[in-house]
Design a protein around this ligand. Sequence first.
Ligand SMILES: [Cu+2]
Length: 182
Amino acid sequence: MLRSKLLSAVFGASLSLALISSGTAFAAGSHGGGHDMKIGKPGDPAKVSRTIEITMYDNYYEPESLDIKEGETVRFVVRNAGEFVHEFNIATAAMHEAHRPEMMMMMEHGVLEPDRINHKAAKAMQASMGHGMHKEANSVLLEPGKSGEIVWTFPKHADLEFACNVPGHYETGMHGPVKLSH
Ligand SMILES: [Cu+2]
């Protein structure tokens, strides 16, 4: 029951997004960020001050927000406890927005299926377009039941949020604020 409701929410949102973003997907090719120092940088595992466990559900996170110290290096252990593929991505709201058409394109090419990552389709997309799956240091994309890690050093000042840019998920509430403090 819940699942079919979620499916229609996800695909309903995908359809409207596809209409809006058609033709703009290629122009948005910022590779989802991750090289932009204003969001922080990949952290040195030796400098980690603590580990924060993140659990991803359909379509929300636990915890719902993050309290981080300026300049802190944190290890995130991320687990997907949902039935769909989810992403944990640390960036600005604008970067997340730019990343969503790319995720939509991955879905259109069959790389991103609702509940799995199709690595064969990813290879085909890479071969035909020179653009497929790529790992960014500020994000982790996980199939149901899978876990991953990010070690991230936060900047002193930034307007950051963590979010899932799988089509439809951000829109249904899959994002939360990163509060930076002294
Ligand atoms: Cu998601």
